[in-house]
Design a binder for this molecule. Structure first.
Ligand code: PMV
Length: 355
């Protein structure tokens, strides 16, 4: 459907939001997108979604949405966005007075296996919350508090795609309750203020082992954790690893960082391999790359490590100072495994922003 009968445009806003990579993984949820254990992530810089939202005063009874991805009308992608807008409208009924034209582009291949839902959902939530802010500020001219604004974006991003709530904040974020006075299940908490200097400008090289669509979605994977024989242990371990990770980020303990990040990645995939039904998302080259990383670390003393999302692609995390060495390692030792593999040089970034 294309909105044919546009009334004049009532407003517009444009936002950019990045993907993020979890150091301690969120895997398993309850109720309305409440995580079973807290998680910690680095916010990325280069893998971003840019979203423009134009809104129009509605003529008929039903709200319309035209969703364009990379310049083409994509009603199938638009369904998830429409659902997010409907969720935000439950508490903000003023949205029901408008129709929307939303146009999104990604800086990374859409089906590359990089968490595009985190960047897409957070960019869209940011745009809609900004629209609400513009409408409310025009009515009562009370400027919104910036922390409240970001928290609202994080809250609604979470309802779009759990891990998306962490993309809002610069460099690093926590999501989930660690203790009654630390973290929240409803939105992410910024961690930038506690980062040790050795974790600033941390690099993430993403090796695309396979860019096909995953055989089992994250939604199904989360669901399988409800009946999982190891779920209790995993949720406890996620909490413990979050507490340890917060300390590591504060103290700059890179060798403990490597230990937890790699165990978290393997534990995530161990959960998939031991679910009922079981499934495997890593590929032979995922394992070959992991072996090469561990060997190279031992031989060179370069403190790089790997992590994985819910897919076969490998994120190589390392300090900024080793950029040239790691680039050479990837181009010589990793890409030789399959010259058709691509990789994306990313790094910590500043989170969701207006453009
Ligand atoms: O946000 P979701 O529902 O797509 O789940 C993401 C889960 C992992 O990426 C595997 C882990 C995480 O914490 O990001």
């Amino acid at each position: 459907m294309v909105i044919k009968d546009f009334t004049p445009m009532a407003g517009t806003t444009q936002w950019e939001s990045p993907s993020n990579i979890a150091l301690v993984k969120y895997w398993g949820k309850m109720g309305n997108q409440i995580p079973r254990n807290p998680s910690v992530s680095f916010t990325l810089q280069n893998c971003v979604t840019r979203t423009q939202i134009d809104w129009f005063e509605k003529k008929g009874n039903s709200s319309e949405l035209d969703f364009y991805f990379e310049g083409k009308l994509k009603p199938s992608f638009g369904q998830r966005i429409q659902k997010l807008i409907a969720t935000i409208a439950e508490q903000n009924t003023v949205l029901n007075q408008y129709s929307f034209r939303i146009s999104s582009t990604n800086t990374f291949p859409h089906s590359s296996g990089i968490a595009s839902s985190a960047s897409a959902m957070s960019a869209c939530a940011a745009g809609i919350i900004d629209m609400l802010r513009q409408i409310r500020e025009a009515q009562d001219s009370n400027p919104w508090d910036e922390d409240y604004f970001k928290q609202q974006i994080s809250f609604y991003s979470r309802l779009g795609s759990g891990s998306a709530c962490r993309s809002i904040y610069p460099n690093a974020a926590l999501w989930g309750e660690v203790s009654p006075d630390l973290g929240s299940n409803l939105w992410a908490t910024p961690l930038d203020h506690l980062l040790h200097d050795d974790f600033r400008q941390y690099q993430d090289a993403i090796v695309i082992v396979d860019d096909s669509t995953k055989s089992v979605s994250s939604t199904m994977g989360h669901g399988l954790m409800n009946q999982h024989v190891f779920s209790k242990i995993r949720f406890e371990e996620g909490l413990r690893n979050t507490e340890t990770m917060l300390n590591i980020l504060r103290t700059g303990d890179i060798s403990s960082f490597i230990d937890i990040v790699e165990r978290e990645a393997l534990q995530l995939h161990a959960m998939m391999m031991t679910s009922n039904p079981s499934y495997i998302l890593i590929k032979p080259n995922t394992l070959a790359i992991i072996e090469k990383i561990r060997q190279y670390r031992q031989d060179s003393n370069v403190p790089l490590c790997f992590t994985l999302d819910a897919g076969p692609n490998v994120h190589i995390l390392y300090p900024f100072a080793f950029r040239d060495k790691v680039k050479e390692f990837i181009e010589t030792e990793i890409i030789e495994l399959n010259p058709k593999m691509n990789w994306i040089a990313d790094e910590m970034g500043l989170g969701t922003k207006q453009i």
